[in-house]
Design a protein around this ligand. Structure first.
Ligand code: GLU
Length: 426
């Protein structure tokens, strides 16, 4: 019973809040404010489908808190989206934006839909309908959405266009994560993966650990996992396992050419079977590479040094936490570890680099994009990436220092950093 409850992300978010506040002397009224989102919005989005039928989808936007600035956070298109998930994700955005120290509050939204089943036209009409429904509640200085699971720069571009039509004024800063030619920032696409890489490297430096040759397994090969894999390999890690929702591959000696594997996934729609030798990717190469097929969950318990959950919530649970062999977990997904799993990992002395730090690089560059739009500026990629590194390093150091001072895990320390900053701004 308890485990079912704690696997509800919103229950978990509140429980994380309470465990962090137990180390701080904060007034009850402030904690109560953090426990309750400022506003929850639920809308119906009727969409004309290609076959002429009308289908109605359910959309959500939760504005958790704006003490530190406009609500900020992505829009997720996924069949499992519901209000409790969006509430938790919005809460985590408030915390994340405080940890990485951007002047934003937290929000999140989504639609319960499997976008892979929609045509491009249907997806566009759905997005435009969502933008019309949310228009009264959002705005450049009010609430600024962005991409999340299954939402892309193109979707952000439709959203901005429709919102601008509704308000009668072009409003590029109403969303971030736009295509670079349409007000998007250089470096935004790779920002979450690169930010995670910086957080990992800085944590390892602070812990006095070497990274060269360490083995890595990554669950999730979307925008985040694919960029992160590239940066890690370039730095000398050995990427030995990759998976997506349909399964994946484990090659103990290391997956040689990530770009060929990515092209194979692009072509076949899945990673499974992408055993590549030269430019040829085929199951028949599996043996010569000494590889084998794995399931998405098996990725998390392989004999590796670093495990990266970069897909969805509740990936590491009490069922598989004991079987984790890695000494470092880099949480690139939001909420990938359940509370029971966290306790088990702590006992096993696994270093968990928490989501609200690890994946905050995306929203950090979203802030840079928003700032460029608001000030009519255009920054060079190298400048964006240098600013990203500075922010990730500073945030990682703050979390590490607080973990030492309070003798708590990096997760609790990240909440402590966030709550102190939120309280100071309240
Ligand atoms: N969806 C991303 C996240 O979970 C980015 C949010 C944003 O850029 O606003 O952090």
């Amino acid at each position: 019973m308890a485990s079912i409850m704690l696997n509800n992300p919103w229950d978990r978010a509140r429980s994380q809040l309470h465990s962090a506040v137990s180390h701080l002397k904060l007034p009850a009224a402030f904690i109560e404010r953090m426990e309750k989102p400022d506003r929850v919005i639920e809308v119906s989005i009727p969409v004309k489908m290609d076959d002429g039928r009308k289908e109605t989808f359910r959309g959500y936007r939760v504005q958790h808190n704006n003490i530190r600035g406009p609500y900020k956070g992505g829009l997720r298109y996924h069949p499992k989206v519901d209000m409790d998930e969006v509430k938790a994700l919005a809460f985590w955005m408030t915390m994340k934006n405080a940890v990485v120290d951007v002047p934003f509050g937290g929000g999140k939204g989504g639609i319960t839909v499997d976008p892979k089943k929609l045509s491009e036209g249907e997806l566009e009409r759905l997005t435009r309908g969502f933008a019309r429904e949310l228009a009264p509640y959002i705005g450049e200085e009010v609430d600024v959405p962005a991409p999340d699971v299954n939402t892309s720069p193109k979707i952000m571009s439709w959203f901005r266009d429709e919102y601008s039509k509704v308000v009668g004024k072009d409003s590029p800063a109403v969303v971030t994560g736009k295509p670079v030619g349409e007000g998007g920032s250089e470096g935004r696409v790779e920002a979450t993966g690169l930010g995670g890489f910086y957080a990992l490297m800085e944590t390892m430096r602070l812990l006095g650990r070497r990274h060269n040759g360490l083995k890595v397994a990554i669950q999730g090969f979307g925008n985040v996992g694919s960029y992160l894999a590239g940066y890690m390999k370039e730095a000398g890690f050995r990427v030995v396992a990759l998976s997506d929702s349909k399964g994946g591959l484990y090659v103990p000696n290391g997956i040689i050419d990530l770009s060929v594997v990515a092209a194979c996934k692009e072509k076949s729609g899945k990673l499974a079977g992408c055993y590549c030798v030269g430019s040829v990717c085929d199951f028949s190469n599996m043996e010569s590479l000494g590889g084998r097929d794995i399931s998405s969950t098996e990725t998390l318990t392989l004999p590796v040094d670093v495990v990266v959950p970069a897909a969805l919530e509740n990936a590491i649970t009490e069922e598989n936490a004991n079987a984790v062999q890695a000494s470092i977990i880099l949480e690139m997904a939001n909420g990938p570890t359940t509370e029971e799993a966290d306790v088990i990992l702590k006992k096993k002395h696994v270093t968990v680099i928490p989501d609200i730090l690890a994946n905050s690089g995306g929203v950090a560059v979203s802030y840079f994009e928003w700032y460029q739009n608001m000030h009519d500026e255009k920054w060079k990629k190298e400048d964006v990436l240098a600013k990203l590194k500075e922010r990730m390093d500073t945030a990682t150091q703050a979390v590490y220092e607080n973990a030492k001072d309070y003798k708590v895990s990096l997760r609790e320390a990240a909440y402590i950093v966030a709550l102190k900053r939120l309280y100071d701004a309240a």
